[in-house]
Design a protein. Structure first.
Length: 203
């Protein structure tokens, strides 16, 4: 990994959370540049080193979602990892559809964050392999009809209770189907499930 791809831009208005994350990343040999707000990052963007952006969702002045939209409009190519203490399925799906590499709910483990960063830096260095999409499509083919219906609901950003109502089953049954399909899809979290499904379907 070159020096240019070792830079992580951390955008979070919570000073203690910002410092804690910076300590974690610096301990893992990343170069960290911190910003107390989205506008502060945008102001520094012109001179910012290439790398990966980690942004919190809920921030005053400009939210994480608004920052992602602004960066998209500016054609900024740096991968983005979004973190939040208030995550839900619709928010995660919206984030993945807007191009965010990963969506992580607090509190998160060190390994979860480092895994997300590894994937983000890999997306800079290597074009996504079509083999991954083929493998995902084959996994989708192994799902039962009901599992596919639940998957469609999840990727559409619907909560379990909404999916349950649409399919005429209980929310608990939806949870069971969701656990089964995540195992079959080899997805260890919701963001991974949404990301691989959207990529395979070309959404």
């Amino acid at each position: 990994m070159s020096d240019a791809t070792q830079v992580v831009h951390v955008v979070d208005d919570d000073e203690s959370a910002r410092e804690s994350l910076a300590f974690l990343l610096e301990s893992a040999d990343f170069e960290v540049v911190s910003y107390a707000s989205a506008p502060a990052f945008l102001e520094a963007l012109a001179n910012a080193s290439p790398g990966v952006i980690i942004t919190d969702v809920r921030m005053p002045e400009m939210s994480g979602q608004e920052l992602v939209a602004r960066l998209g409009a500016l054609k900024v190519k740096m991968p983005i990892v979004m973190i939040t203490g208030h995550g839900d399925i619709p928010m995660a799906v919206e984030a993945m559809r807007s191009g965010v590499v990963d969506f992580i709910e607090k509190p998160f483990s060190e390994s979860r964050m480092l895994d997300a960063l590894g994937r983000a830096f890999k997306s800079i260095e290597v074009a996504p392999a079509s083999n991954d999409q083929t493998a995902t499509l084959k996994r989708i083919e192994t799902l039962s009809e009901r599992e596919r219906q639940v998957l469609d609901g999840v990727v559409a950003g619907h909560a379990n209770k909404v999916i349950a109502r649409e399919l005429g089953i209980s929310p608990r049954t939806v949870e069971i189907y969701r656990a089964k399909l995540m195992t079959k899809m080899q997805a260890d979290n919701l963001a991974a499930l949404v990301r691989m499904t959207l990529s395979a379907r070309g959404d």
